[in-house]
Write a protein that binds this ligand. Sequence first.
Ligand code: F6R
Length: 247
Amino acid sequence: MGLSVKILNDYKAVSQFAADFIFNVIREKPTALIALATGNSPQLTYASLVNKVIHGKPDVSQITFIGLDEWVGIPSSDSGSCHHFLFHHLFEPLRISQKRIHLFDALSDDLQRECIDMDNLISEKNGIDLMVVGIGMNGHIGFNEPGVDWNLHSHVVNLDTITKTVGQKYFDKVTNLTQGITLGMQHILNARYVLLLANGLAKSEIIKQTLEGEVTNAVPATILRLHTHAMAVLDVDAASKLTAKKM
Ligand code: F6R
């Protein structure tokens, strides 16, 4: 029970560890359902995974991939969209079949339907085997923002101010970010494994709160401490404010 912690030297080591972990899940369960975050934290993990899959040749044809979240109103053609990120960094290099990929359609005029369809898919697959997630500067996971209801599954959310500001880093030009669509904390709690990736000094304070502060929906990532098989994979910088440092 709880959130185990792995501290590694640098971003590269974090990424290699995470890629190995994902690779092993794929090998052990070739029909696994894997949920993926986007963003800077997992980018090198996905590059390492592509490399490992190309060389190790596990059967990825039966793996189902789902997206953790998406910016509402942003088209998939926008290079800042989660959709674009996952295709560019993972699905295209691995030639994953379209029918094995399920992402929220953030342009849908029925976002509730998107949520229901995603929740149904996850139920049909008997739950998520592995979630690869990052952590926001405000402690969000996916777009489960501070104050989130922990009982939610997929849902649409008004984005936190910090998310709207920090999120600009993914876009070529200033972009109006208002809402997100995301898997919920119930998906995270019920996933078989969760890998939380964080690197860099900028994440050190929120990592400290996540691992050593009170478990509270004010810092959504703290819910991982109630998980049975969650692991925070950190570089030394992200771990630098922790009182108890475990390598
Ligand atoms: C993105 C997502 C977000 C990010 C988080 C950290 O799909 O779910 O919760 O994981 O904002 O982003 P980076 O890794 O860019 O610092």
